[in-house]
Structure formats: structure tokens, C-alpha cells
Write a protein that binds this ligand. Structure first.
Ligand code: FPP
Ligand code: MG
Ligand code: MG
Length: 342
């Protein structure tokens, strides 16, 4: 139908629910009792610094894309409320991990404003992250679904495993493409993959559809991080709202450099010397820019977005306009991941 062929901005399709979730997130930190804790935990939920809200957008669209019309209004409302909770929990886990990440990375800025650690110190940041994680657990309990609890718990665990893998590879100075992809899955893709799966499970879809939802999130997340790693080399601090070239300066080897090393094996010796010396960073960048490393990382990202789109194409057929518009928006998001510059 003509409705489906129109280009609709994925974010505007769920704008009302995003603002509802934003309000809930600002409210949920108020239970802290201690005003300083409430403001620290709510720091990145404030209007204007909520970020792209990429994850809640994907999850709300996924909920609509998997909508089954067999439910009565009360059941449908209850399902939608649980799926909104999943979006809310996912955002809390994500922001908790960012608060801790900025401590680990000693970051000064995030989303174009001072990082919480730079403003209130590492100790408050760690506690604020812990608090958000616990709030996420309480919210999760309201869903009353063991499988959803396990799936989201696993996603949170994977964030920590990914961070540990990254730390290990930075200090051992060796990393291969398999380890990089595993780390990338843990660090970035698992949360969105498993929360997409949770949304499908709540709608009582069987394992097959739940795995398609999972695979959409997994491949979208992998592509997202691949592009993030490319932007760390090609973006500017101003456009990213955070430092650029920060990975390599911290000894973190990502896909562009791994591909460059395949082309120029002598780059491995440069990596082995470590990147404390800025001259070594420059030398590695020289190799990178004469290689096809950045291009190949983008191509790999495109492969993953194609796999994400094909998962959506494999969803059970539906002639509901709203379902089809949401599916199209999920496919459109895969294109936006590739073309984004920040
Ligand atoms: C950003 O990576 C960081 C993550 C995606 C996850 C970090 C996970 C932890 C710190 C473990 C703690 C987890 C929980 C659930 C509390 P980045 O540093 O590459 O990206 P950036 O440029 O946005 O800082
Ligand atoms: Mg960081
Ligand atoms: Mg980090």
C-alpha cells in the first residue's frame, strides 16, 4: 500500500512513547532518597542529553513489527506496557554501563557535556551506575517473566565480559578478528539482540521468531560498533561529542587496524610496541590510511546490516499497515547505522 512506500523517520514513529519512557527514566531515579544520588543517576536522562535513544526506538519498533492482532484491547495494552518496560530497562542498563565506562576510560566528555565522573568523581559515578542497574532489576521484576529476566540478565553480564576482553586484548597487544567480533558482540550487540528477543518472547512468539528478532538486533549491533570504530578514525571530536582516535591511543585495536594488518603484516610490529609513544600512533595511522582497512570495516558493517534486514524479511507475513510500516522503519534503521557520521 502507499502508506508503506512513504519514507517515515523511524524515530518520529515512536516519538510519543520515547517521551513517555524519558519521563519514566527521570522518575525512576527519584526513589534514590539521597538527592545527590538521584541527580547523578539521572544525569543522562535529562532532556537534551538523552542521546539518540537508538535502543528504545529499535525495541518499540520491534514490538510493533511483531504485533499480533489476536489480542483484545486490554491484553494488547498490557503487552505493550511490558515491551515499553523492556525498552526502559535496556536504556537503564546501557546508561549504567556508560557511567562505569567513563570511569574506566577516564573520559572527560559524553554526549557533548562533561562526563559524570569529571563532574562528580569516579566514586559517585560507580555508585550511580550500580544504582541504575538495581533499578533495572526492580523494573524487570514487574514484567514477571523468568525467560525475559534471564535474557536481559545475560545481556548485562555480556557487557562486563566484553569490557574484560577489551582490557585483556589492550594489555596483551594481540587481537584477531574472531576475538574482536566476540568482544564486539558482548560489548555492543548482545544488549540490543537480547532485548529484541525479550520483546518477541513477551508477544508469545515461538523460538523461531524470537531468534529472528535476536538476529536483527545482533547484526544491527555489530554493524553499529563497526561503524563506531571507523568513526573513531574518521570523525572529529566536535561531531562525536567525545574524543576521536581514542581507541588506538588507548591501545585498543579495532577492525580497521586488524584489516590493515592483514594487508601490511609489518604493522603487527608497530602494534606490539604499544601506543604510549604518539609517534607510534602516527606510524600505525600511516599504514591504516594506505590500506583498505577502513573500507573493509565498512563493508563488513554493510554485510551485517544486510543480514539484519533479511531477518525482518523473514518475519511471518502480515497485511497490517502498522506492522509493515514498523518493519520498514527497522530496515531503514540499518541504512542509517551505515551512513551516520556521529
Ligand atoms: C562503551 O564503549 C562501553 C560499553 C558499550 C560497555 C562498557 C561496560 C562496562 C563498563 C561494564 C559495566 C556494565 C554494567 C552493566 C554496569 P567505548 O568506551 O568503546 O565507547 P564510548 O566511546 O562511548 O566511550
Ligand atoms: Mg568509553
Ligand atoms: Mg570503554
Amino acid at each position: 500500500s502507499s502508506l508503506v512506500e512513504q519514507q517515515v523517520d523511524p524515530f518520529s514513529l515512536v516519538a510519543d512513547e520515547l517521551s513517555l519512557i524519558g519521563n519514566r527514566l527521570r522518575e525512576t531515579v527519584q526513589v534514590a532518597g539521597v538527592p545527590k544520588l538521584a541527580s547523578a543517576a539521572g544525569y543522562f536522562f535529562e532532556v537534551g542529553v538523552e542521546g539518540k535513544r537508538f535502543r528504545p526506538t529499535v525495541l518499540l519498533l520491534m514490538a510493533s513489527a511483531l504485533n499480533v492482532s489476536a489480542l483484545d484491547t486490554a491484553e494488547a495494552d498490557q503487552l505493550r506496557a511490558s515491551q515499553q518496560r523492556v525498552a526502559e530497562i535496556t536504556e537503564m542498563i546501557h546508561v549504567a554501563s556508560l557511567l562505569h565506562d567513563d570511569v574506566l576510560d577516564d573520559a572527560d566528555t559524553r554526549r557533548g557535556i562533561p562526563s559524570l565522573n569529571s563532574l562528580m568523581g569516579n566514586k559517585v559515578s560507580v555508585l550511580a551506575g550500580d544504582f541504575l542497574l538495581c533499578r533495572a532489576c526492580v523494573t524487570l521484576s514487574f514484567i514477571k517473566n523468568f525467560e525475559v529476566s534471564a535474557v536481559l540478565g545475560t545481556a548485562a553480564e555480556n557487557l562486563i565480559a566484553g569490557e574484560m576482553m577489551q582490557m585483556a586484548s589492550a594489555s596483551e597487544k594481540h587481537c584477531n578478528m574472531d576475538q574482536y567480533m566476540q568482544k564486539t558482540y558482548y560489548k555492543t550487540a548482545s544488549l540490543i539482540a537480547n532485548s529484541c528477543k525479550a520483546v518477541a518472547l513477551l508477544a508469545d512468539h515461538g523460538n523461531e521468531v524470537a531468534m529472528l528478532a535476536y538476529n536483527y538486533g545482533r547484526n544491527l549491533g555489530l554493524a553499529y560498533q563497526l561503524i563506531d570504530d571507523v568513526l573513531d578514525f574518521t570523525g572529529t571530536s566536535a561531531s562525536l561529542g567525545k574524543g576521536s582516535l581514542s581507541d588506538i591511543r588507548h591501545g585498543i585495536i579495532t577492525a580497521p587496524v586488524l584489516f590493515a594488518t592483514e594487508e601490511f603484516p609489518e604493522l603487527q610490529a608497530v602494534i606490539n610496541r604499544g601506543f604510549d609513544d604518539p609517534a607510534n600512533v602516527d606510524l600505525a595511522l600511516e599504514y591504516l590510511h594506505k590500506s583498505r582497512g577502513i573500507q573493509r570495516a565498512k563493508e563488513l558493517a554493510i554485510e551485517h546490516t544486510n543480514m539484519a534486514a533479511s531477518a525482518i524479511d523473514s518475519f511471518p507475513e502480515s497485511d497490517d499497515d502498522n506492522v509493515r510500516i514498523s518493519r520498514q522503519a527497522l530496515v531503514d534503521l540499518t541504512r542509517m547505522v551505515i551512513t551516520r557520521t556521529k
